[in-house]
Write a protein that binds this ligand. Structure first.
Ligand code: C2E
Ligand code: MG
Ligand code: MG
Length: 704
């Protein structure tokens, strides 16, 4: 540290003494050594001394304690108070030495016995005092500055020595812990800083011990809670670092921590909001799903049952529509309260949305338990709810699914409970129903279609319709797409969207596809023999059929049998199914291509494949899905997407065919963007073979 004691300029020494002999002695002692320079100013009374000090410029004070206007310590105290920044040296007779020592204890820099004053002792004592005072002041300032800094930061700061005893606390740390510095100093950290894990309540590891042991900065575990001196708790976040001296030795640790209750509250609130329904404060769909999943895991381990209920209010829409949403909301809140009140503490009531609630009974011994709970829930809804001045009556319908048996996961259990709820409603509302497998309409329907499909093949119930594909500029029919239909004995004509996906799933698509290709080729041969204009025929082929090892051979056999040349046949493959089976499909497509069969990518734009990826497959044609064609607005006649698809497709040398053209505006737009071919209701719906032959023969082009 640099202390400037300007040795060149003469320091002014103020002598306060009523004794002219002493004044003389001082003068002589200080003026002999010239050059070092002390300038003496002499006053005889304390009041004069104080007055002089008020004017500044005094470097040190020589004070005699016995003065005309003051005696003993009193004079010193006044002086010290007035000029604590100036060193004060006491001049004392031997007899008064005790008093001088007392002054020393109260802040005097030094004392000198009058009998010892000489031109060596006095200047030296003065110089030392002035210097020491400067150093002390500087140190004090620095310490003050550090204290001010530590106090002004919003974080709590606490330091310990190597043994983990507290050496310092700033104001924030005092406020947060409830300990003041004096009390805390020297105590073990654990006395002052009682930290627990907020989640478990266990005492947290001493962070300073870890920082000292490992000699590195250490953060507290999440969810840290400080238990304050008065027992109240405060969420904190902290980090601890070792303190080193200049040579790198560890001296202790410093802990910085802050109150995070507010931000922790905020994040807790966000988490709460994500899991709860705003209107009723009940757990939401997401949370109940988690709870059910957890309950399933537990039930599985402990070989127990649980039940999931789906409750839907009866005629809620009527209340909402006739009395308004505010009343509707009020009713939902009232219902929520009652539901919660009528289940056990371990059960969970959640709101799915609208007037639907899902209730988890996490433990049931018998089905009757669930039945009883359902009855109780229905009953609790029945008494009137008073909402916004109205007396409202409500009832609900409940479906129940049980684990194990009705589903292995949360989603299925809720879905089955939902299904059972519909049956409860059908049976007259204000009722509950357990799920039964037959209720699963989708499964039932699927099974019905599947078994129907098997018979359909034997009974020859499939037929083909043909939709013309036209040159957009002339309306001339140049191709046909064969589309399968199922003439069901009871249900009438069924369209492929209802049965093709199921046929794909159960593998029946293989024989069905074989029949379609055989029939389309047979028809094509027949038209050719009848002398109709030649055309290409498109057949939809599912990629699933490619898995059949006989597929290629069957195709070859059909072509050979019907005499249709391969390049009059186009296979349409839908993008979505292709992308799921890209591996197997690529090889088969290459073989088909090698045979001369044209390949089209159907429903392009719905499978999210990139155009460059598609180049890996040997397609000739891209069929733009009708959902894009529909985007071509009648009024503006504009759709940037369709324009872009056409442009990119053409740049990759694909022939572009547009599907589902229904309006002249769409037709015009497509022509303007140089889409050569299309099909759609604007030209013709898919029609039976006879009708198609008529269209083909008639000279008039289709609405160009
Ligand atoms: P796809 O290959 O994209 O066939 C075009 C579908 O769009 C046909 O429906 C057709 O009737 C319909 N469509 C044609 N023009 C218009 C129009 O202007 N507006 C509207 N809204 N629709 C139009 P369909 O016959 O119901 O066939 C549905 C899908 O079933 C076909 O879509 C195809 O993926 C599949 N499919 C049809 N036949 C077979 C088949 O023999 N085998 C296989 N694997 N799938 C087939
Ligand atoms: Mg098609
Ligand atoms: Mg299509």
């Amino acid at each position: 540290m640099m202390v400037s004691t300007n040795k060149e300029a003469p320091a002014t020494v103020l002598l306060i003494s009523d004794n002219p002999a002493i004044a003389q002695l001082v003068r002589e002692s200080l003026t002999v050594q010239k050059g070092i320079g002390f300038q003496v100013e002499w006053v005889r009374r304390l009041t004069e001394g104080l007055e002089r000090l008020g004017k500044k410029g005094v470097g040190a004070v020589l004070l005699e304690l016995s003065l005309p206007d003051s005696q003993g310590m009193e004079g010193f105290s006044k002086l010290f108070f007035a000029a604590s920044d100036i060193p004060i040296l006491i001049l004392a007779e031997k007899a008064n030495e005790a008093l001088a020592v007392e002054a020393l204890e109260h802040g005097a820099q030094d004392y000198l016995l009058v009998s010892h004053l000489d031109n060596y002792t006095l200047p030296r004592a003065l110089r030392n005092s002035i210097e020491r005072k400067a150093i002390e002041d500087a140190l004090f300032l620095e310490r003050e500055r550090a204290v001010v800094t530590l106090n002004s930061i919003g974080d709590a700061v606490l330091s310990t020595d190597l043994s983990g005893c507290v050496t310092y606390l700033n104001v924030v740390a005092e406020a947060m812990t409830g300990w003041n510095r004096q009390e805390a100093m020297g105590r073990p950290l654990a006395d002052i800083l009682h930290i627990i894990d907020g989640a478990t309540g266990n005492i947290a590891r001493d962070p300073t011990a870890i920082a000292l042991q490992q000699d590195r900065t250490w953060g507290l575990t999440e969810n840290c809670v400080l238990v304050r001196r008065d027992g109240t708790e405060l969420a904190i976040e902290d980090s601890t670092a070792p303190i080193h001296d200049r040579s790198g030795r560890i001296l202790g640790a410093v802990l910085v921590f802050r109150d995070v209750s507010e931000s922790r509250d905020v994040s807790r609130q966000i988490a709460y909001r994500a899991q709860h329904d705003v209107l009723t404060e009940l757990p939401n769909r997401m949370m109940i799903s988690d709870r059910i999943t957890q309950a399933i895991a537990l039930a599985r381990r402990e070989n127990r049952s649980l039940a999931v209920m789906f409750l839907d209010l009866d005629h809620f829409k009527y209340i909402n529509d006739s009395l308004g949403h505010a009343i509707g909301d009020g009713l939902l809140q009232s219902v929520a309260k009652r539901l919660v009140a009528s289940v056990r503490h371990s059960d969970t009531v959640s709101r799915q949305g609208g007037d639907e609630f899902v209730i988890l009974l996490s433990e049931i011994a018998h089905l009757e338990d669930a039945a009883k709970s359902a009855e109780k829930l229905l009953l609790c809804l029945n008494s009137a709810h008073s909402v916004g001045g109205y007396e409202l009556h409500s009832s609900g319908s409940i479906g129940i699914s049980v684990f194990p048996g009705d589903g292995e996961d949360a989603e299925l259990l809720v879905q089955h409970a939902d299904l059972a709820m519909y049956h409860a409603k059908e049976e007259g509302r204000n009722k509950f129903q357990f799920f039964r497998p037959e209720m699963n309409l989708k499964v039932v329907e699927r099974q019905r279609i599947e078994s129907g499909l098997r018979q359909a093949l034997q009974r020859n119930e499939f037929l083909l319709e043909y939709q013309p594909k036209v040159k957009l500029d002339s309306g001339e029919i140049i191709a046909a797409e064969a589309l399968v239909r199922w003439q069901h004995p009871d249900r009438g004509l069924i369209y492929p969207s209802e049965f093709v996906p199921i046929a794909e799933e159960c593998g029946l698509i293989v024989p069905i596809g074989r029949w379609v290709l055989g029939e389309a080729c047979r028809q094509m041969g027949a038209w050719q023999q009848a002398g109709l204009p030649s055309l290409t025929i498109s057949v939809n082929v599912s990629v699933i059929e490619f898995r059949d090892k006989d597929f290629i051979r069957e195709v070859q056999a059909i072509l050979a049998k019907t005499g249709v040349v391969a390049n009059h046949i186009e296979f349409e493959v839908t993008e979505r199914v292709l992308m799921k089976n890209a591996g197997t499909a690529a090889a088969v497509l290459q073989e088909l291509k090698a045979m001369g069969i044209r390949l089209a990518l159907d429903d392009f734009g719905t499978g999210y494949s990139s155009l460059s990826y598609l180049r890996l497959f040997p397609f000739d044609v891209l069929k733009i899905d009708r959902s894009f064609v529909r985007q071509i607005e009648d009024v503006t006649g504009d759709s940037p997407i369709v324009g872009a698809i056409i442009a990119i497709g053409k740049s990759l040398n694909f022939l572009i065919v547009a599907e589902g053209i229904e309006t002249q505006a769409q037709n015009r737009y497509l022509q303007e963007h140089e889409c050569a071919m299309g099909q759609g209701y604007l030209f013709s719906r898919p029609v039976p073979a006879e009708r198609f032959a008529e269209l083909l023969q008639s000279a008039t082009p289709l609405r160009s």
